[in-house]
Write a protein that binds this ligand. Structure first.
Ligand code: PHE
Length: 329
């Protein structure tokens, strides 16, 4: 009897239960009604003396407990997992992952970069923190020049000439100083002006600036390029060049489009032939080279293209507004 009990103890301990099937085999092997090892041990008890029966009875009961305990542990480990699988409801819709969309200003910006990439314009970046010389002086706007008032400036330190660039024309200067012509360059980025926030203006907005310098670049090339840009963005619309003034271009023009009958002529950008003085400031021989430049506001374009009335909506981060814009750009 003793031997049998010890052997059974070992067998219970080392029975490997991996599956529910194993569990059932385990149960039958030890507790099966007809041939279960423990069941049989209980049957054998009847054959031994009453005195010994008590002691063996207790030990066999403990074996039974061990078997039941092992079964319980298996259930505890596996039933939760099983529950999850069994209670899985295939009709519950899957979790959808929201796909982000591009910001409308980025769409226009990328479109412009793409359009100019196609006609050989290199896309470059410039710093948003500038010094007075790159933002004003080199562009023919000396300190006392009234044109400085056109672009109310954020200075970063008192009595210093470090400022937030008021236009992307500063990138022209940076690029022209470092490279020799010919070149066609496009720069897009944030600019800052101390303006009151309203439906039409903000203290920060985005500009795209293009410039082209080579031998014999003429106003005709400028017009062609602007025509290409506008028709690519708006389709066939009427375009008007209106004489204007910028200190760094001569002659200068403002470009208007006749987009739809309701709005009449809408001004969309400034441009002109780069002033020879600006070329001199960056050591380019203005006797040999000439060039044009243009600058436009991305927010402004975007208001027209998307028929919006208030630029503040671009900066509200309202996901319901933002997710309406789908684009390949
Ligand atoms: N820098 C001008 C502005 O911010 C735009 C411009 C750029 C005009 C290039 C002419 C040529 O208003």
């Amino acid at each position: 009897m003793n031997n049998k009990i010890d052997q059974t103890k070992e067998e219970i301990k080392y029975f490997h239960i991996k599956t529910y099937n194993d569990l059932e085999l385990f149960r039958i092997k030890f507790l099966g009604k007809k041939k279960g090892i423990i069941t049989n041990l209980f049957k054998e008890l009847k054959k031994i003396s009453i005195y010994k029966r008590k002691i063996y009875g207790k030990t066999i009961n403990e074996l039974k407990k061990e078997v039941k305990n092992k079964i319980k542990i298996f259930h505890e480990k596996n039933d939760i997992q099983n529950d999850k699988i069994l209670n899985f409801d295939p009709t519950i819709p899957g979790k959808s992952i929201e796909i982000g969309s591009r910001h409308p200003l980025s769409i226009i910006k990328n479109k412009i970069i793409d359009l100019f990439g196609k006609i050989g314009f290199l896309h470059v970046d410039g710093p948003e923190i500038e010094d007075d010389w790159h933002n004003f002086t080199a562009l023919n706007i000396p300190i006392s020049h009234p044109a400085r008032d056109m672009q109310d400036t954020f200075f970063l330190c008192k009595n210093s000439d470090i400022l937030l660039r008021t236009h992307t024309s500063s990138v022209q200067i940076r690029y022209m100083k470092k490279h020799s012509p010919p070149f066609r360059v496009l720069s897009v980025g944030k600019v800052y002006r101390n303006e009151t926030i309203s439906s039409r203006s903000n203290f920060m907005f985005h500009q795209a600036e293009g410039f082209y310098i080579d031998k014999k670049v003429s106003f005709y090339d400028l017009k062609q390029t602007i025509h290409y840009l506008i028709t690519s963005l708006f389709g066939e619309v009427k375009i008007r060049f209106r004489p204007s003034y910028f200190p760094f271009t001569e002659p200068s023009a403002e470009v208007d489009i006749y987009y739809n009958n309701n709005s009449g002529w809408i001004e969309i950008m400034g441009c002109g032939m780069i002033d020879p003085q600006v070329l001199k400031n960056v050591n380019i021989d203005s006797e040999i080279y000439s060039g044009f430049a243009f600058g436009l506001g991305i927010e402004r374009l975007s208001l027209i293209i998307y028929q919006m009335k208030d630029i503040r909506i671009y900066f509200d981060n309202d996901i319901r507004f933002l997710k309406q814009f789908k684009s390949e750009f």
